[in-house]
Design a protein around this ligand. Structure first.
Ligand SMILES: [Zn+2]
Length: 130
């Protein structure tokens, strides 16, 4: 059984409490890291300029306080391993659903459970839907 690192916990603490429950469970099954929770205006502007996000401040779900989005990945992180990121995402989505929370994943924005039609991949991104 694994747990989140202190750095990951700190980042998770900037997120909606529903994420705490989801990722503290996921971390017991798959060793993982929280990469980002709340994102301030400076970081959002920088990410927008780099094309890492399509939304300007304050419209990103990471810009809410607490954050309604979290970036997380299984360890060790391999950004090119789409299959592993997808497996992780499936586990996260299922864990959330079991807790009554609907998430949207950046590998399937339209939530049709098809990944080939995803035009903007953000495979570590999860956000809470209303
Ligand atoms: Zn994100």
């Amino acid at each position: 059984m694994t747990t989140l690192s202190p750095t990951s916990q700190t980042r998770l603490n900037s997120c909606d409490p529903r994420f705490h429950s989801i990722f503290n469970h996921v971390a017991t099954i798959m060793d993982c890291a929280i990469l980002e929770g709340h994102r301030d205006q400076e970081q959002q502007d920088a990410d927008y300029a780099k094309g890492k996000t399509q939304l300007k401040w304050p419209h990103g779900k990471h810009n809410a306080r607490p954050s309604l989005a979290v970036d997380a990945a299984p360890l060790p992180i391999d950004w090119k391993d789409r299959e592993r990121l997808s497996l992780f995402a499936g586990y996260v989505l299922g864990t959330a659903a079991a807790q009554g929370v609907t998430l949207r994943w950046g590998g399937d924005w339209n939530r049709d459970f098809k990944v080939a039609d995803n035009r903007f991949d953000d495979l570590v991104h999860f956000e809470i839907l209303p």
